[in-house]
Design a protein around this ligand. Sequence first.
Ligand SMILES: Nc1ncnc2c1ncn2[C@@H]1O[C@H](COP(=O)(O)OP(=O)(O)OP(=O)(O)O)[C@@H](O)[C@H]1O
Ligand SMILES: [Mg+2]
Length: 301
Amino acid sequence: MPNETEIQEINIHNRMSFIDRKILIMSGKGGVGKSTVTVNLANALLKKGYTVGVLDTDIHGPNIAKMFGCEGAILQSNELGTSMIPVSPRAGLKIVSLSFALSDPDQAIIFRGPMKLSVIKQFLADVEWGTLDYLLIDSPPGTGDEQLAVCQSVPDLTGAIVVTTPQQVAVLDARKSLNFARQLDVEVLGLVENMSYLICPDCGKHIPVFGTDGGKNLCVEQNIPFLGGIPMELGLQQDEDLGVNWIEKNPESESAKAFMAIADHIHSTVKFKHTPYVPKFDSCSPSACASCTADCSSRKS
Ligand SMILES: Nc1ncnc2c1ncn2[C@@H]1O[C@H](COP(=O)(O)OP(=O)(O)OP(=O)(O)O)[C@@H](O)[C@H]1O
Ligand SMILES: [Mg+2]
């Protein structure tokens, strides 16, 4: 008979099997644009007609809700109280963040590693993600509990996208993310160089605020795909604060075009697989069936 942990594992496998591509967005250094890449890549994929889930695993500093303009939304449960309904501000988009479970947005979350693992597993097992083309998983900086939880808990994790700026200190930390992914056998789908240059709002000149080609050179050195460079644009950060969809509002901007090109590249090159889940036990108990989503013979009978 399965115990609670095994039921959770079944539920994670079952829910994740309906999602084609599950991608972790990570960086070594903070503030380089992981959440910006997550949100804009999601918007680019939505614009192309794909369905997208976004899981915010930045437990201590969740920004995703604000950037999608749905701060203050609350995670609801289904009628039976057995699963959570993701927040869906637009057709095709489903978002889950711990911030949807907080009554006060200023509340500090004081969680140790095992609690973070537990929350992330609950979001994978108990959320009604449904059928999706993509699940983009935003993470805090570094290679800590959250990234480990995702890499070890998401079955058939398609891979990781590493974000950096061209600055050497960011590139140095990006190397750590690449090594982390390799150590855990997670495929590196490629690297995004954010803030590649600032576009002067007066003359349009490209100003290399954080240096030039740091991310691009790292890709050559590490033999990984360079997914593209995103310029710094005045107004982007303001629109993120307001939850405005930058790509829809500024489709002709260099950054919007770069995000659309990255979405194209990912969709055409990234392959996915679904490995059938083989439970480690023979039969289930009726009580276990109540909270299990597996399409197994015990459940049908
Ligand atoms: N290309 C860009 N042009 C202009 N502003 C940007 C760009 N990319 C990111 N920003 C701004 O830089 C700041 C940091 O970006 P973001 O929050 O996406 O980084 P992060 O890596 O997710 O940070 P953290 O490590 O704290 O999670 C934000 O204020 C964001 O609006
Ligand atoms: Mg972030």
